[in-house]
Design a protein around this ligand. Structure first.
Ligand code: AVJ
Length: 323
């Protein structure tokens, strides 16, 4: 029996695209230049990110997998049977696929901005789990409202929202709160949120995780300039910028920068941006939350029941939250 071809839909209107470009342009022209981290994940960027996850220095993926493996049964017992498993930022789906059998999932909903990857993920998932319905949605959820279109009604099928990898850390805290609130609203009575969150730790460890010896993260960061060139038709030269990762303890976040190595002028649509030597673009904030701070954020977002699971060193947390 051949598995059904998974349905893939895009919730990106022309207006969204316009707005995305406008925001990108605005960020690049601002006194402190910035690029939204979602542009890191074009096809090349996804491949580099997957390579990052296997680096010795990048502990989050490994540590989270350890927690999932260790507590799989305990967590699965607390999850609803026959759920729709909503995989937010699914990538290759590998993390989610480990769960589907344990919860008797009825439907898998893959959500990602990288459409090429999503199609492959759905196809391999449908092959591996022929009894589960696979659907995919190409979108980013920088706007919480988009979740409306992503999650089928909770009355119809109880949702498990799966948001691993500490991707929540890419949002500014206020935006993270609104996103968690939006998630909470979509859970109905019995839905659950399973989310991985990185913790603050020794600066050296944090900075090494975001500036590895092989330069994979540097390539990942500089690749964003190519994605921007494609989006805006601009003329960034990736060789003109150096990767830098710093832990900002005041804000409890790792910052990725692209530092201009020379004085240069970059053309952006009909405008141009001048960069002095040492001037930089912020490409990513990766917020780190202590157990207490993230528990507080979840309760502010309206979650009533919050469990968490950690590794021995407290280097990473997995939260299971219910309305
Ligand atoms: C995918 C957002 C969780 O912030 O650790 C990895 C992205 N950036 N190395 C992170 C990332 C640099 C990653 N997230």
């Amino acid at each position: 029996l051949a598995p059904a071809v998974p349905a893939l839909s895009r919730i990106q209107t022309q207006q969204d695209q316009q707005h995305t470009r406008q925001t990108l342009l605005q960020g690049l022209l601002a006194p402190q230049a910035r690029i939204c981290p979602k542009f890191l994940y074009d096809e090349q960027g996804c491949a580099l990110y997957n390579a990052i996850c296997n680096l010795a220095e990048y502990y989050p993926t490994r540590t989270e997998a350890g927690i999932f493996n260790r507590y799989r049964n305990e967590i699965a017992r607390k999850l609803p049977r026959g759920c729709q498993w909503v995989d937010l930022g699914c990538g290759d789906g590998a993390k989610a696929f480990e769960w589907l059998m344990h919860v008797n999932a009825t439907r898998y909903v893959g959500v990602d901005i990288a459409s090429d990857w999503l199609q492959n993920t759905l196809q391999s998932g449908a092959k591996r789990f022929p009894e589960i319905e696979f659907i995919g949605i190409v979108t980013d959820f920088t706007k919480p409202l988009k979740l409306d279109r992503v999650i089928a009604s909770a009355e119809e099928m109880t949702p498990v929202l799966f948001y691993p990898g500490s991707s929540i850390g890419n949002f500014e805290p206020e935006a993270a709160l609104s996103l968690l609130q939006a998630m909470r609203m979509h859970l109905g009575r019995d839905g659950k949120l399973l989310i991985g969150v990185d913790t603050p730790k020794d600066t050296k460890l944090l900075e090494a995780a975001y500036d590895d010896a092989l330069g994979v993260t540097a390539a990942f960061n500089r690749n964003v300039l190519r994605a921007v060139n494609r989006e805006l038709g601009s003329d960034f030269d990736p060789r003109g910028f150096a990767h830098r990762a710093v832990f900002n303890a005041t804000h409890s976040r790792v910052e990725m920068h692209l530092v201009s190595l020379r004085e240069q002028l970059v053309h952006l649509e009909s405008q141009a941006r001048h960069f002095a030597v040492g001037e930089y673009i912020v490409t990513e904030h990766s917020y780190k939350y202590s157990t207490e701070r993230f528990t507080e954020l979840l309760s502010l977002a309206g979650f009533g029941r919050i469990d968490h699971f950690s590794d021995e060193t407290g280097g990473f947390n997995v939260f299971l939250a219910s309305p």
